[in-house]
Design a protein around this ligand. Structure first.
Ligand code: G4P
Length: 547
């Protein structure tokens, strides 16, 4: 491994106490996201992690806090109206010996771009499925991002307290629709289709849970018996035990333990069964997930892999968000620390601009209740005050010359031309569009016309257009109309300009450039897109912005 800057603790010398503490701190970081379709139980599961980690004392408080935020935030009325969370943040808390950084991704399908970005900061993911629905649309989209990043994924089949699909059917669904091998590490013990316990396949232990009367506020009492223990015949009636034994035998024939290498490359997923509502199965799930989930690892850069423990401070911006307080038009840029230690007040550089940056964290982050520690280490996420100097994808580092490859932009599926209502506000419009594009609310494109470049906006979800119109009005005093364009796919394109112009000369395809001046082609239908990609061998099409 290449070292960026020689450090005091070179191999062979005894590591200082400070360096040993850094290694220890980094080693206990677990930074992950939960990917799921809305309603699968992500909020409930998050609450249980917070509850059993000791960060909150009552389940239900995350929901209550969200509701309170909706009630007090006048920043975005749409949040209130629709009851959805438009922004995402990070929850940091201790769970046993681990420090968890849970990247909170909004579940609404229209905010996929933001969610996609957030996944670039994750070191692993929990895929949460509803036991009646299996793989759903949003799960599929998010999964494809995890797959591209080769992120290790651990699956929890939730809501097993209710009668759902057959567990084999769910595994089949995941394997068929996502193309990832499933290795169940627990198996549901069911009475009349409802979860009463789980079988830990590795230890061959059966964990039988007792119902609690406190609506899931505590972990349920558990009785542990071996699958081979004759006492199990007394504990479980034949109608429960026989099918369980058969299923466990069937699994033993069909599949062994998950290959850790395949899991770490995101090619196989360990599967657990449980209920975030009753907490059945969560004890094994949390314990095994945190043991299996990787801590921060080396990150590729232009100078080679950067070691989280050995190299000086570095990180990248994966999200920029306008501050909710309109009176101070500043923003929060979210930084994933990749190496070393972040210390508030220190200086770092942003290679894109060549500017020095004083690392100052906002006192209050989005949850509105939490103040940040002044120190963070590799694996952590910090919010930085930003006055427009930082962009998604920027490297922030104290190592000279170091740059991370950036954060992929995802190709939008909806497009509209921007019409300004009051032409005297042109400059405000340009500034607003530029800011919101930098934040990632929309993709800003331009098409050629006789009167100069015409702004076109692209979004992964249609709701982002409504956010754009509302925010331009509220924050920049600009009224616009959006005229939908008949295109549904876009690709960045690399190849001779003459060729690009040739294929976009007729109907069904349009040439535009993005805000960085890179050429893109808009396509009317998926069919036109796939035909073009197949036929135009001289051009290269990319669904994420080429680096
Ligand atoms: P989300 O963040 O993924 O959108 O899901 P959320 O946790 O809000 O859960 C969606 C609904 O599913 C909630 O019911 C929640 O109580 C329920 N739920 C979550 N986990 C389980 C589970 O393990 N078993 C069962 N049976 N239900 C579960 P709701 O009626 O919409 O809300 P609430 O009134 O219960 O809060």
């Amino acid at each position: 491994m290449k070292e960026i800057i020689p450090t005091a603790d070179s191999p062979g010398k005894p590591a200082s106490k400070e360096a040993a503490r850094l290694v220890r701190e980094i080693g206990r970081r677990r930074t992950f996201a939960i990917i799921s379709h809305p309603d699968a139980g992500k909020t409930t599961l998050t609450e249980k992690l917070l509850l059993f980690g000791g960060a909150i004392h009552l389940a239900g408080s995350v929901k209550a806090r969200r509701a309170a935020r909706h009630a007090t935030s006048d920043w975005m009325d749409m949040e209130k109206e629709r009851g959805i969370s438009i922004t995402s943040s990070v929850l940091s808390f201790d769970y046993q010996r681990f420090r968890i950084n849970l990247l909170d991704t909004p579940g609404h399908q229209d905010f996929s771009e933001d969610t996609y970005r957030t996944l670039t900061a994750a070191d692993s993911a929990i895929m949460l499925l509803d036991n009646r629905k299996g793989v759903e649309e949003q799960t599929r989209k998010l999964f494809s991002v995890c797959r591209k990043r080769r992120l290790p994924i651990v699956t929890l089949v939730n809501k097993c307290d209710r009668v759902g699909e057959d567990p084999f059917g769910i595994l089949d669904d995941v394997q068929t629709h996502l193309g990832i091998a499933c290795y169940p590490l627990t198996w549901p013990v069911r009475r009349e289709g409802r979860l009463i316990g789980v079988c830990d396949r590795q230890s061959r232990e059966i964990l039988l849970y007792a119902q609690t009367q406190d609506h899931g506020q505590t972990l349920p009492p558990v009785t542990v018996l071996s699958l081979d223990d004759p006492a199990l015949d007394q504990a479980l009636e034949p109608g429960v035990l026989e099918p369980l034994r058969e299923e466990v035998e069937l699994l033993a024939v069909a599949g062994e333990e998950a290959d850790p290498e395949a899991v770490s490359r995101g090619e196989a997923t360990p599967v657990f069964f449980g209920s975030a509502l009753t907490n059945f199965g969560l004890d094994v799930f949390f314990r095994r997930f945190l043991e299996m989930a990787p801590g921060p690892g080396p990150v590729d850069s232009n100078l080679g892999p950067v070691s989280p423990e050995k190299d000086p401070f570095s990180g990248f911006i994966f999200k920029v968000q306008a501050n909710m307080n309109l009176r101070h038009r500043d923003r929060v840029a979210f930084l994933k620390v990749c190496s070393g230690r972040f210390q508030a007040g220190e200086e770092a550089t942003v290679p894109r601009t060549g500017r020095a940056l004083r690392l100052a964290q906002p006192q209050e982050l989005l949850a509105g209740e939490r103040t940040h520690a002044d120190e963070a280490v590799a694996g952590d996420v910090v919010g930085l005050h930003d006055r427009g100097n930082l962009r998604v994808g920027d490297t922030v580092s104290s190592a000279p010359g170091l740059e991370y490859p950036g954060v992929p932009r995802f190709s939008p599926e909806h497009f509209a031309q921007v019409r300004l209502e009051d032409h005297l506000r042109r400059k405000h419009l340009d500034r607003g569009l530029r800011h919101l594009a930098e934040e990632g609310t929309i993709l800003l494109l331009f098409s050629d016309s006789l009167s100069g470049p015409v702004p076109i906006v692209g979004a992964v979800g249609r709701l982002q257009f409504e956010v754009l119109v509302a925010r331009l009005k509220a924050e920049y005093g600009v009224s616009i109309r959006l005229e939908p364009l008949p295109f549904h796919a876009a690709r960045w394109v690399i190849g001779p300009e003459k060729e690009i112009r040739r294929i976009t000369g007729g109907y069904g395809r349009k040439r535009v450039v993005d805000a960085d001046g890179l050429p893109m082609v808009l396509f009317e239908t998926e069919w036109v897109l796939s035909r073009t990609v197949t036929e135009e061998k001289g051009l290269k099409f990319h669904d994420v912005q080429p680096g």
